[in-house]
Design a protein around this ligand. Structure first.
Ligand code: UT7
Length: 379
């Protein structure tokens, strides 16, 4: 980790010169964004047969960060709920974390990699710009029959990938899909910026999505009841890695300006995260005719404990039903929901019949809500 206390210089993002579309009236939304919802007698046709996660061994404590920037364990814990986060070893890239999580999910599902027909990897931190991480995972697993691609939707990526997988299984276009959220955020974290470096950690989570219920042995499964996605690209600059793409290619200047690191406007992101996830949760409950008390577990993206509690309060869901799992893992972006899901199963929180609402929010801006029912182990 760099040991600089240097604050990053302002780098202009140089967005497109195209003026924004001008309209006399604000554009009214005429139809909701992509939606999958269960109606009586119409199965959604998407199940999770197994799920797993992988966390690298190295730990970054708040105390270590306090040696790099002007912060403290007390401030970080009180403002975020995070005590420590994981860091991938120098030899580990995003695909290595993804493959480790995928192997566990495949083993739990008693599925051979060759049985997969599709691999989707949600990530904002690929091994390199080209090829997609999913292709490296395909080779690493020996998933010779799978087509593979990445999905970029920031911290919402895992739910965007699950939604895509559900569309594939519903359409009959795929039968057995490996969905991964995998990140090495510590590689793009600016350890001279105290406003952001306290948040991020590395990890990966995996789910095997099938058209029909397939969970085996003692696996808990999940059945999709509802999925909706949302995006507001007008706020794209609230979370960004400005350099390293076609707008600002890598250069000595981009490195000097810390342009290859994540920047976020923390307060505005915080407000948007609460608003968008709370709205999405209420939309889902209305669509499924559920009351807050019908939600057994709220499983939100683990960005900040205060965001999670605020979302619960705004939706009427008891804060005690909201999963808080960032203390030892930090914000792992697209990996945070599957890691939290796996850890909830391991700790015995998940029980057959429970209704789990997953909520995501991240760069884009993007957000998503999914409602799943936990299914009993198949015999
Ligand atoms: O995963 C994608 C979505 N990401 C998120 O959802 C992140 C959302 N944002 C957040 O989680 C929070 O905004 C942060 C944790 C990033 C920041 O917390 P905050 O409560 O919003 O702090 P702030 O930016 O409003 O700053 C409050 C004060 C400021 O001092 P002054 O100006 O009031 O004197 C900051 O300079 O806290 C100061 N501060 C810090 N102090 C100690 C900011 N960062 C730190 C720090 N240690 N690490």
């Amino acid at each position: 980790m760099p040991h600089s206390r240097h604050e990053p210089q302002a780098t202009r993002t140089h967005r497109s010169e195209h003026p924004p579309v001008s309209t006399a009236q604000p554009i009214a939304r005429t139809s909701p964004p992509p939606l999958i919802a269960k109606t009586p007698g119409a199965p959604v046709g998407a199940h999770i047969a197994s799920f797993a996660y992988y966390l690298p061994e190295q730990v970054i404590t708040n105390a270590e960060l306090a040696r790099l920037v002007d912060t403290s364990d007390e401030w970080i814990l009180a403002r975020t709920g995070i005590r420590s986060r994981r860091r991938a070893a120098d030899t580990e890239a995003t695909s290595d974390l993804a493959i480790a999580a995928a192997r566990r999910a495949l083993a739990d599902a008693r599925t051979d990699a060759a049985e997969l027909d599709t691999i989707l990897v949600a990530t904002a931190t690929p091994d390199s710009p080209v090829p997609a991480v999913a292709c490296i995972v395909q080779a690493g697993l020996g998933a010779v029959n799978a087509a593979a691609m990445d999905i970029g939707a920031g911290c919402s990526g895992f739910l965007f990938a699950l939604h895509t997988a559900a569309c594939f299984t519903r359409a009959g276009a795929a039968q057995r899909i490996l969905v991964l959220g995998a990140e090495t955020l510590t590689r793009v974290t600016d350890y001279s910026d105290r406003r952001s470096c306290i948040l991020f950690g590395d990890g990966a989570g995996a789910a095997i999505v099938t058209a029909h219920p397939e969970q085996r042995a003692d696996n808990l499964g999940l059945e999709l009841l509802y999925s909706q996605l949302g995006t507001d690209g007008e706020m794209a600059d609230l979370i960004e890695i400005p350099a390293g793409g076609s707008r600002i290619p890598a250069s000595e200047a981009s490195i000097r300006d810390h342009g290859h690191f994540i920047r976020l406007d923390g307060q505005r992101v915080f407000k948007q995260a609460v608003r968008r996830m709370a709205e999405a949760a209420v939309d889902a409950m209305n669509a499924l005719n559920l009351k807050p008390a019908d939600i057994d577990w709220l499983l939100p993206h683990q960005a900040n404990a205060r965001i999670v509690v605020s979302v619960a309060e705004q939706t009427g869901i008891a804060p005690a039903r909201a999963m808080l799992d960032m203390a030892e893992t930090g914000n792992t972006s697209a990996a945070s929901i599957p890691i939290t899901l796996g850890r909830a199963r391991d700790s015995g929180q998940l029980q057959p019949g429970q209704v789990v609402m997953m909520l995501a929010f991240g760069a884009g801006l993007t957000w998503a809500c999914q409602v799943w029912r936990v299914c009993a182990p198949a015999n």
